[in-house]
Design a protein around this ligand. Structure first.
Ligand code: EPU
Length: 343
């Protein structure tokens, strides 16, 4: 059945940044079966389509989007315990953190470090959400997708999703698939992953998945990385840039006190937040209605009354300042709608 399609719907209230214009056409998808009729409708009209989840990782152009935005509200979590493994198939519209909370309550390990990440489950594989050394890619058994060209349903295993650091086939080829559901395979009564020293210190020896979840939430709250209405840094898209990955030779030329994380392929991941601060842009830096979070230099914040143009001006300023100081070109992390990042 074709969902109700409405015209000129402001997208800013549907994003955590609270910025950007309207969708020319917009529909809420309550049931996966509404996707095919909606995509067919857009195809007939030769309109581009964008699927929106929680809006926590998207930057919408001030001009809006001259196509159809489908906001996924599908619900359902189907759990199954099977010889030491807990599997769950989650519909795309479910809030991601509700899934983590239930997994932890069921003593199923594998996503506990991904606590407190805003957004929907269907959006989680797009950027391969990650925190404290854990990524959703390692818990994914399969992703059910609708091929937007052929309008048929497929199941992709983790290999077919082409996951990388904050990257996937869904991010690289946004026109190709719509994510319908995500199936996770978790370890029943498995141990939590405590790989980061910061998390280990926060746990102070307390064992178990529930304590890890609590510690991660507390750490994220301190960095304004949990949605909280009372937090002045709340209007952001999380990390605005990815942590840059450079060759060992390039990293060798950078300051010795810079945090660096060697990767298995010999390259080195740098801390973008550190680069921003040490390029001279302090936490709390303001450019009119937008600025750098006062809690974490990697998050750009909209303080109200601003435009996407203001945010982009700030982002380009941050990019240029880091490039001038360290010769490193930061790459934005959110998805852009109705515009492209000027390379
Ligand atoms: N740092 C600074 N100043 C800052 C922030 C960070 O100097 O303002 C330095 C510190 O030295 C710190 C290092 O950067 O040791 C790493 O910082 P942090 O542990 O806060 O993590 P991050 O690399 O900035 C990444 C993810 C986050 C995730 C955290 C926790 C990316 C782009 N971001 O941030 O994910 O929550 O690790 O593991 O990979 C997101 O993607 O939106 C996101 C919030």
């Amino acid at each position: 059945m074709l969902p109700v399609i409405v015209e000129n719907v402001p997208l800013a209230p549907l994003t955590t940044l609270g910025l950007g214009g309207a969708a020319r056409f917009f529909a809420e998808i309550a049931f996966a079966a509404e996707m095919t009729p909606a995509l067919t409708w857009a195809k007939d009209k030769k309109l581009p389509v964008f699927t929106l989840g929680g809006g926590s990782n998207v930057v919408v152009a001030d001009e809006g989007f001259a196509g159809l935005v489908l906001r996924l509200r599908t619900r359902g979590r189907r759990w199954c315990d099977d010889s030491g493994e807990t599997r769950v198939e989650v519909e795309a519209g479910e809030a991601w953190d509700d899934v983590v909370a239930e997994a932890v309550a069921r003593e199923a390990a594998g996503i506990e470090c991904l606590s407190g990440i805003p957004g929907s489950t269907g959006a989680a594989p797009v950027q391969n959400i990650g925190a404290y050394g854990q990524e959703i890619a390692s818990a994914i058994r399969r992703v059910r997708v609708l091929d937007r060209q052929c309008l048929d349903t497929h199941e992709l295993d983790a290999g077919a999703c082409g996951f990388g650091y904050r990257d996937s086939i869904f991010k690289r080829e946004p026109e190709r698939f719509a994510i319908l559901s995500v199936t996770l395979a978790l370890a029943k009564n498995g141990p939590p992953l405590v790989r980061y020293a910061e998390l280990d210190a926060a746990l102070a020896g307390r064992p178990g998945l529930a304590n890890v979840r609590e510690a991660v939430l507390a750490l994220r709250r301190k960095k304004s990385m949990v949605l909280d209405e009372a937090d002045p840094n709340r209007r952001s898209a999380g990390s605005f840039f990815t942590n840059p990955v450079v060759t060992a030779a390039a990293a060798g030329g950078l300051p010795e006190d810079m945090p660096r994380f060697p990767l298995p392929d010999g390259r080195v991941k740098l801390a973008a937040g550190w680069l921003i601060e040490h390029a001279g842009l302090a936490k709390g830096f303001r450019m009119g209605p937008v600025g750098i979070s006062s809690r974490h230099a990697l998050a750009l914040v909209h303080h109200g009354g601003g435009t996407t143009k203001d945010l982009l001006r700030l982002a380009l300023h941050v990019h240029q300042t880091v490039l001038d100081r360290f010769g490193v070109s930061l790459i934005p992390e959110p998805v852009f709608l109705g515009m492209v990042w000027p390379d």
